[in-house]
Design a binder for this molecule. Sequence first.
Ligand code: FBP
Length: 547
Amino acid sequence: MTKSALQIARAAYQPKLPKALKGAVKVQEGEPTQSVADQEAIKALFPNTYGMPLIKFVEGEATEHAPMNVGVILSGGQAPGGHNVISGLFDGIKKLNPANKLYGFILGPGGLVDHKYIELTSDIIDEYRNTGGFDIIGSGRTKLEKEEQFEKGYEILKELGIKALVIIGGDDSNTNACVLAEYYAAKNYGVQVIGCPKTIDGDLKNDMIETSFGFDTACKTYAEVIGNIQRDCNSARKYWHFIKLMGRSASHIALECALQVQPNVCIISEEVEAKNMSLDDVVTYIAQVVADRAAAGNNFGTVLIPEGLIEFIPAMKSLIAELNDFLAHNGEEFNNIKRSKQREYIISKLSPANSAIYASLPEGVARQLSLDRDPHGNVQVSLIETEKLLSEMVATKLAAWKEEGKYVGKFAAQHHFFGYEGRCAAPSNFDADYCYALGYTASMLMAAGKTGYMSSVRNTTAPAEEWIAGGVPITMMMNMERRHGEMKPVIQKALVKLDGAPFKAFAAQRETWAKETAYVYPGPIQYFGPTEVCDQPTKTLQLEQAK
Ligand code: FBP
């Protein structure tokens, strides 16, 4: 592999570990835990892994550890730092006992079921330290949920002598990790399952998981390019840039980028839902900002749009919920219908209100909503061109206002979607350190014989030395939600809180940002240099932790 100069220099970076993890550790157990909601239902579903205590690692005495083989799976969308979780895990288990072996399952959970794996030796690990991507073993979205998959997985775990499995994934994958942990515990198979919180979306977080890894680097990557666009925009002064940002459900990425770059408009899906706004309300809001800036002679600006917006517009949400239920029960019949007839078929099957909304949608958006789901049943919002939908609707509204004499100006739009370019960026110092610590912590959870836990590293706005490493029972994060037409135990997704500090900081400034051209240009992620340039956590984390 030909390496860039940065890759070569970066390989030598030694991620920082919390002080407590630098030598031998001991477990400090906290109080028993409860799930965030639906306690009785979750307890009944997870009799072996419910109610376990929170765990914190503190400095301890060195003890001997019997050899233990470990497996690792990367699950779902890529997020910067995944390779460092694996290198932290590798270094952790080797420190426990140099005879320990690490096996990586290929292309996600499917690799476990299909028995596709490689042994991750130090030569391989060294090639991937501090690099972006998940290519060391690949990732996939196979959903681990059926008993036969668990049994197939157990066959290979037994064959390889694997006593513990680490699943690096988002909320859905960690939900499945917990179900698997419970299953293996109930069967007395002697296999521990530990989760690690991954996703650029930033929506796997709670009191004990301060952030999911990859969010920091992805947002900084997007903020760099948005900043560049804003400078271009402010130089030519002739375009409105509509920028869609990844983040399937929650608007954390859009909000963080807004806090970093100070755009003219940023839509937050959670606010749209809370205010019961229609698509037309959103369009009117943007058009008004465009018109006001035009009146001041500024026919340019930037609009940030979270990719999940469409699902948060109440009328669209109800349509999607009905579609989800309908397709869960009638998927086969639907798939047998000719593609050209599928739209009509859906229109004929939905309730009158939803049918009317569905029929009014542009062909591409309608198709996306009904056709393409990921294996978890999610609408693939990345494929819906919301940025174009909104800019076209804004243009139409402005044209009408022009007729009425309410708008004087020129409106020319450019469209962008930033998502995939941020998911495999070389991890920032924050993500490199955080991920390494998460992986290392996972190895300590295994050594402590724990299962059904998620690796947790807290106090992350302090220097890495002061971070607190431990474990959180995954059942603690669960509640019951309707999925594919049935009530299922799932990890509660963390959406943007409208009473939270990051949103409040944004809301307090957005009117100024709309009128003035108050752009900030963050520039590229820096890996070497002064700490205030290289080691800052996200604004979201800084504001949340300042409370
Ligand atoms: P995860 O939740 O698995 O981390 O994936 C997040 C994400 O990057 C979303 O932001 C995006 O909507 C989705 O993955 C895209 O999925 P795909 O990679 O399958 O196109």
